[in-house]
Design a protein around this ligand. Structure first.
Ligand code: ADP
Length: 381
């Protein structure tokens, strides 16, 4: 199929959000000679050093998004909490906005998202949506989730008793059945404007027991072939139903009975896909840009088993960042340290990640666990 070749003259790509995800998009696609700008409210966003243009501003503010976006051919996001009214108006003015504002609106709200799964016959845990904290509730335990504003486990509460319920704030929410989780799986899928779809093989996620942050992601997931295929098929169906152009990161549960349920999706590049940078022929970040510039999608095959661990700020340290104990990981073959360049650390803040690739997945996993223990992010004072 013939497609418009985007590199004649520099395409201008604007990213709403200048965090580590934006930085990694830029890292991965500068070789295509694309002009990239970011808008972010912070003084030194991780992507700012690498972008051709960095605008200090709010991606939630209508006027600021309009002013930024009108200078770009294509706009994308690295966070879903953006002003989609502005994106719709920019789209009407001829700017290509991928993912489409309508798709962002589905996934930025957990209530809308859950209803979408139900409408499309996508398996998900039983749920009820509420516009405020309900008076009558199901039997304990259950899961409460804020409709909007939650991330990395904030805004999610397993409610086991009346005391837990008392601590839940009054806001729009979804109440879900508590799933007996056997495994948490991630599948990243991309779709370009021509309708071509490519999925990455499922990855498996391990979480920090209290902070609700992904601690370790590894690939291939330890799944029987039929379940791996089911996960990929669900991701593909979601890409088809939404007609997304860009990246859809799909998080799934395998429950104790072996059912596959969608937990949630993000219409953007995702922590569960970081290992694709070193472990796959095409990374999620490059694939995202291929999808939104309507290039052919790249091969997603996993070249070697891989494990990735987030590196977060140590508890007890807040302030200017100090890195400690990287020598052993830097001397180990197949180990890659990513530092996001955040100047300030605080407990559990995502500051970087480590990926290890190895023909033996157990070695890759063990290396990441050890290196995460030794590599500490503290502060200068
Ligand atoms: P966030 O948007 O903050 O990442 P998630 O919806 O992914 O929130 O939930 C965070 C974590 O909480 C999940 O990874 C999972 O471990 C747990 N969780 C979420 N929903 C359920 C559920 N219905 N049953 C059991 N555990 C759940």
């Amino acid at each position: 199929m013939d497609r418009e070749v985007p590199f004649s003259g520099k395409v201008k790509l604007g990213i709403l959000g200048g965090g580590q995800l934006g930085k990694m998009i830029i890292d991965e696609v500068m070789r295509y000679d694309i002009y990239i700008g970011v808008i972010d409210p912070s003084d030194h966003p991780p992507a700012g050093t690498y972008a051709n243009q960095t605008v200090k501003g709010s991606f939630r503010n209508y006027d600021e998004v309009m002013a930024f976006g009108k200078d770009y051919d294509v706009l994308t996001i690295e966070i879903e909490d953006v002003n989609t009214d502005a994106l719709r108006d920019l789209e009407a003015q001829g700017v290509r906005v991928y993912p489409q504002p309508a798709v962002i609106d589905i996934f930025r709200d957990k209530c809308v998202q859950k209803q979408f799964y139900a409408d499309c016959d996508i398996p998900t845990s039983d749920f009820t949506n509420y516009t405020s904290k309900p008076d009558s509730i199901p039997h304990f335990p259950f899961v409460w989730k804020a409709a909007t504003g939650g991330y990395d486990g904030k805004g999610v509460q397993v409610v086991k008793n009346q005391k837990d319920w008392g601590a839940v704030p009054n806001q729009p929410c979804v109440i879900e059945q508590l799933v007996s989780i056997h495994k948490e799986i991630g599948v990243i899928v991309h779709r370009n404007a021509a309708g071509e779809i490519a999925t990455f093989a499922p990855v498996e996620m391990e979480f920090h027991p209290t902070a609700n942050l992904v601690e370790l992601v590894f690939a291939p997931a330890d799944l029987p072939e039929n379940l791996a295929q089911k996960c990929e098929a669900i991701a593909q169906k979601l890409a088809e139903k939404t007609e997304i152009v860009g990246t859809l990161a799909v998080e799934l549960f395998i429950d104790a009975a072996g059912n596959v349920l969608v937990n949630e999706c993000a219409p953007r590049v995702h922590n569960s896909g970081h290992l694709s940078i070193e472990a796959c022929y095409t990374s999620q970040f490059e694939q995202h840009v291929r999808a939104i510039l309507n290039m052919p999608l790249g091969d997603t095959t996993l070249i070697l088993p891989a494990a990735m661990g987030n590196v977060v700020g140590e508890e007890g340290y807040t302030g200017l960042v100090k890195y400690n104990g990287a020598d052993d990981l830097l001397q180990t073959r197949g180990t890659y340290l990513h530092l996001y360049g955040k100047t300030e650390t605080r407990p559990f803040r995502k500051m970087g990640h480590i990926t290890c690739i190895d023909p033996d997945l157990d070695v890759a996993r063990e290396n990441v666990r050890n290196f995460r223990r030794n590599f500490k992010i503290t502060s200068t004072s």
